[in-house]
Design a protein around this ligand. Sequence first.
Ligand code: UTP
Ligand code: MG
Length: 608
Amino acid sequence: MGFSIGSAGVRTGGPRGNLESYADKVDGKSFNLKVFKYLLVFVKPYTLRMVGAFIAMLVTTGLTLLSPFLVKVAIDGPIIEGDIEGLNEIALVMLLAFVVLYLSSMTQRYLLSWVGQKVLSDLRSKLFSHLQKLPLSYHDTHIIGVTISRVISDVGVINQLLSQGLITLIGDSILLTGIILVMLSLNAQLAVVTFAIIPVIVIATMIFAKYAKTAFRNTRAKNAHLIGDLAENLTGIRVIQAFANEGSTSERFDEVNAANRDANIEAISLSFIFLPTVEFLSMVATGIVLLFGGISVANGTISLGTVIAFLAYVNRFFLPVQELSQLYATMQTAMAGGERVINLLNTEPAVNDKPDAIDMPTITGHIKFKNVSFGYKDHVKVLHNINVDIAPGQMVALVGPTGAGKTSIANLIARFYDVTDGTVYIDDIDVRDVKQISMRQQMGLVSQDPFIFSGTIADNIRFGRPSASIDEVVRAAELANVHSFVDKLPDSYNAEILEDGANLSVGQRQLISIARAILADPRILVMDEATSSVDMVTESLIQDALKKLLANRTSIVIAHRLSTIVNADQICVVQAGKIIEQGTHTELISQRGLYHELHDRQFVELVD
Ligand code: UTP
Ligand code: MG
């Protein structure tokens, strides 16, 4: 075990303690005009295409209404009269109508899918860039998988509603009204008899809607839960395997999985009961038309053509009814999803640039904390009245027990969070007065757990300065003592790294993250030293690389390694959110306080 001052803290009350974020509070209205209006904004850029789709839909609907009528005209006229020429004409009109119908229906589908995919990717881009701006505190308290489910599934259903749904709703309503009107005008009496079935449809639909509302919303919640659990377990797979916890983790997953399955079965069963009901009613209606229509034809009060047209209309009548009920189910999930997505989009970044924020001038590196207090949550302070003054070019070490507040102090320098009281100054400018980007561009952070992105080694080193040439990358790698390792790889700097640097050792990851910081050449460097033990050779490579990294800039090092601390210009000992000792290594040792104690303890551990 190495020097254990302030090891990487395990956050208590972690994701599992925060399951409420699976079910963000939603209004639960089946149709929420506010949500709908908000989402419509995303369709707006494609208004022209939507209008095109709308026109195509009108044409399709019109022609769908027209064709049974043409059949009636053909039967009652030319067919009965034996007028071949007239029949030819009608057949031609019909052919023409079908060709146009074919084209309009194709256009409608094409345009809607096109707009749909655009809206989908726009919404996702917007969510992603918003997520990038959200405070770390948001990401600290929300389960990654659930956020992913917002961006992928919720956005998916919203899109279904916006693009397909909107047009389907209007188109089907027009079609239904049209069919009713045409039937009434063809023969009011037969129409009224046939429509005796409508109240039954309305009742069936209302019953369906009542159950569908909860059932379909439930599927979304369970789905988010499933994705959340999956993502968390995959992220924590090392711990799961290390603790041989596969059994109970699987059990937990099985539960979540079963709950998701049951919710879906329940929702789908509703459709499976409802849709055949509609089909059954459609057959009853057909029977009514055949019976009453047939009698009327026999009596000579209705023409044969009218009855045949009626049969066709009745047939067409039930398709939109089914479609609309499906749409209602989609709307349930989309409204809930929409509310959640809007909630997410409306979550304010906690740290905003002031409207009059200035660009940070070139930083010389003077950092000052003046009476700073801070809490992640308003009522629980984790830092109390911190005062530190760091001259340009100085190296300051923060040491102290785990959970003392070292990382929190570091977080305030780059303004990842805002102070509760007091002020953080960089070059005597309040960090709240400058644009965050202009400030962070001049700062570097090597975090406790360096993150390596998938991509090549060169890309990872270039992360802070994408424009760097390969020579500069190599030079940084040399300084970081990682060049000899990279050079031996078959693809050298173009070697692909797996996601999260899975194919690299911890030491290699640290060296690469140091090379990254060297290349970015920040004026201020914050280094949250990793605690993981590496072998002696790597350890000395890291120490050596660090020395080069820390030179010529102001640096704040959260140190776990004795050798790093000894050379610091200033050591701050942090305990319970306060700086309790401050001075150089020699001064603090002679004070015989906590630093002396921690130092002794490490010495004993080293001897062990
Ligand atoms: P720090 O994360 O600043 O502690 O948390 P530290 O000194 O760096 O600890 P090590 O050495 O890395 O382990 C300080 C306090 O702030 C709370 C923690 O619970 C701790 O008590 N905290 C931290 C939060 O409330 N929210 C956070 O997101 C992080
Ligand atoms: Mg820390």
